[in-house]
Design a protein. Structure first.
Length: 279
């Protein structure tokens, strides 16, 4: 159940109508990376998410996206309010006016109607969370594009707020993706080669499908050489010279897959991944 507050999440006070800008900004209402698709994506994915913390993140962000949808609608409405048919036509809004007058209707900037095929709910936690990460970045890029074209301060102000929230959502999904949600793990004695034995414990994960840690995997039992490689990579992270890892040609089996959402501050998560014992 939602409790509606009769106010916008961030104020929208546009002084001068401009239907040309409304034609661009409406893409974030019903476009391919808009707020309607985002809210439906997250609020649908939460039902099949098996982990409570991740489900809560999807519910929170999906609910906030509904507030963003309302903000975009308010922006489009204020940009077209009280304009005559002639003024709308002169500002390139005539095709939209024919079908919807000045009502709010979900479509992209190019006039393509909203389509549910623009988002996915796959039922797999890793698949869904990675889609969510990509979706937030695509939305952020769309807001960047809008800000490159729009110069009016009273329009840019709420758009900047929405862009900032996309970045926060990306970070929250990154945290959810790194979370170790396994309920089928047992803590083992720290690896004898590990210099991080006082800080971390190694977990040997049972092969139970999606109960693996969401963050990343190693492909086999970590040995001394691989621990040394992990230490080297950890030092790179500490000196902010690397943000994520990619497999190497000569050592594919020991390479560590790291989602691009891993910031350089995620040191602990990196070492958990590097020292994770996996047969």
């Amino acid at each position: 159940m939602w409790r509606y507050e009769k106010r916008l999440q961030y104020p929208v006070n546009i002084k001068e109508p401009n239907a040309g800008l409304a034609k661009l900004i409406i893409s974030q209402y019903g476009g391919p990376d808009g707020e309607m698709g985002a809210s439906m994506r997250y609020l649908s994915q939460r039902y099949s998410m098996p982990y409570g913390e991740q489900k809560a993140v999807l519910t929170d962000i999906g609910t906030e996206e509904l507030a963003h949808l309302e903000m975009i609608a308010a922006i489009v409405h204020q940009l077209t309010r009280n304009l005559s048919a002639e003024e709308l036509e002169a500002q390139g809004f005539a095709p939209y006016y024919i079908d919807h007058t000045a009502g709010i209707w979900p479509q992209a900037a190019g006039g393509i109607p909203f389509n549910a095929c623009e988002f996915q709910s796959k039922g797999d936690p890793i698949t869904d969370l990675f889609e969510d990460l990509a979706a937030e970045q695509k939305a952020r890029t769309t807001y960047d594009n809008i800000l490159r074209l729009v110069k009016e301060a009273d329009v840019c102000d709420p758009i900047r707020f929405l862009r900032e929230r996309e970045i926060v959502h990306f970070q929250r999904f990154g945290e959810a993706n790194r979370e170790d949600c396994s309920k089928n793990s047992r803590v083992l004695k720290a690896h004898k080669y590990s210099i991080f034995g006082n800080l971390l414990s190694i977990r040997k994960m049972q092969d139970v499908g999606i109960s693996r840690p969401i963050c990343c995997y190693t492909s086999k039992l970590i040995r001394k050489k691989e621990i040394e490689q992990a230490i080297f990579i950890y030092n790179l992270i500490l000196t902010r010279k690397a943000a994520f890892l990619t497999p190497t040609q000569e050592n594919r089996n020991a390479a560590f897959f790291m989602p691009s959402c891993y910031a350089v501050r995620a040191n602990k998560a990196l070492i958990y991944a590097a020292l994770r014992a996996w047969k």
